[in-house]
Ligand binder design. Structure first.
Ligand SMILES: Cc1cc2nc3c(=O)[nH]c(=O)nc-3n(C[C@H](O)[C@H](O)[C@H](O)COP(=O)(O)O)c2cc1C
Length: 373
């Protein structure tokens, strides 16, 4: 096997291994996918202005969030239905993150229960909450607390589903519908199909013991039919319910970030959901500097990160950490847990090399002076 040296190499391997319907679910975005493309290309807006003759023999890519140290300034963003890429995918991602010393975020729409994932990894774990109803949210939050998740992420940009044309054309649904096309798709990807036949259709395991086990509730979750009435008062309710660190994901404006800070939220995640929700949203990294200037709480961001230099650019603009969505999923689909580790290793190398070439021996020395644009 040729050595994979970039996230793009893993993307190609994921494309070969996954049936088209599953690859398109991971890869696709909303409508014309302009937002998706801009996320990836958006980093080109800035070029580096390196500092010369700085002693960079001893480089430290470690960072701290709320006083806790992480070995890299990246975390694995929450992604639903990881079991479609690999059976047991949630635990694979959690373990690979723990081994690398970075946080892992588990989606509400995971294919392993939050308790099972908590048992599988002793690394830092965050639980991402989708609010289908206040009652279900309360149960999930209490379970995440009992399972000792280190932080809660409330996602606020997916109360209705993005218009994902690839998924609609492919008839993407759970349980998978057997049509001549999906059967042919599976036959053309035998290694994935063997796993699938061996382990069965992945379920939304967090709901297996709950009221939401009903097919209607599961379908609502898959269509992201959330509580569209969830507003700032509801956020105040959630703040009271969860005593630990609370983040709000999907923020793209400074006034919303300021309102989060006023309500006692501990960090905001600037994100357009990987271009999967409203096509035409601004690119997250473009908003980072303004939002960082407006609030005193940490600002994290995600979207389109495929290179260590993308991470570095976001940090130069003021972000505390960068989230990996598809970059980790390509590794998961291509090689399972080893592939996730392979992707994190590539990004670690790229971050380290960029820090050396920029004259920035540690994360604290990254700043806007290193960017032009
Ligand atoms: C396949 C897939 C599933 C996702 N599922 C969720 C989810 O369940 N909850 C959530 O908050 N974000 C979800 N996201 C969005 C990611 O957390 C993140 O914002 C996005 O992937 C970042 O963009 P990137 O993939 O270009 O890195 C998902 C993204 C992908 C690609």
């Amino acid at each position: 096997m040729t050595k994979r040296v970039s996230i793009e190499d893993y993307r190609r391997a994921a494309h070969r291994r996954l049936p088209r319907m599953v690859f398109d679910y991971v890869e696709g975005g909303a409508e014309r996918e302009r937002g998706l493309d801009r996320n990836v290309d958006g980093f080109e807006r800035w070029q580096f202005r390196p500092r010369r003759l700085v002693d960079v023999q001893d480089r430290k890519p470690a960072t701290t969030l709320w006083g806790r140290e992480h070995k890299l300034p990246v975390y694995l963003s929450p992604t639903g239905l990881n079991g479609l890429s690999r059976p047991g995918g949630d635990a694979m991602l959690a373990r690979a993150a723990a081994r690398a010393g970075i946080p892992f975020a588990l989606s509400t729409a995971s294919n392993m229960s939050l308790e099972e994932v908590a048992r599988a990894s002793d690394g830092e774990k965050w639980f991402q909450l989708y609010v289908l109803s206040r009652e279900l949210a309360e149960v999930l939050v209490k379970r995440a607390q009992a399972a000792q998740y280190d932080a809660l992420i409330l996602t606020v940009d997916a109360h209705v589903n993005g218009y994902r044309e690839r998924d609609m054309r492919n008839g993407f649904a759970l349980p998978v519908r057997y049509t001549p096309r999906t059967v042919l798709d599976g036959t053309l990807h035998p290694r994935w199909s063997m796993d699938f036949l061996r382990t069965g259709v992945p379920k939304l395991e967090n709901f297996e013991t709950m009221e939401a086990k009903s097919p209607e509730a599961q379908a609502a979750l898959l269509r992201r039919q959330m509580d569209a009435g969830f507003d700032w008062d509801a956020l105040a309710w959630l703040r009271d319910l969860w005593p630990g660190k609370l983040m709000v994901k999907g923020i793209l404006r400074r006034d919303d970030a300021e309102a989060c800070a006023r309500l006692g939220v501990d960090a905001v995640i600037v994100s357009n959901h990987g271009g999967r929700q409203l096509d035409g949203n601004v690119t997250a990294v473009d908003q980072v500097a303004e939002i960082c200037g407006a609030v005193d709480i940490p600002v994290l961001f995600d979207g389109g990160i495929r290179r260590g230099t993308d991470v570095i650019k976001g940090l130069c603009l003021g972000a505390s950490m960068a989230g990996l969505g598809r970059a980790a999923l390509y590794g998961l689909a291509a090689e399972g847990e080893a592939g996730v580790s392979g992707c994190i290793d590539i990004l670690r190398d790229e971050i380290d090399r960029a820090m050396a070439l920029l004259g920035a021996p540690d994360i604290a020395s990254l700043g806007p002076d290193l960017l032009d644009g």
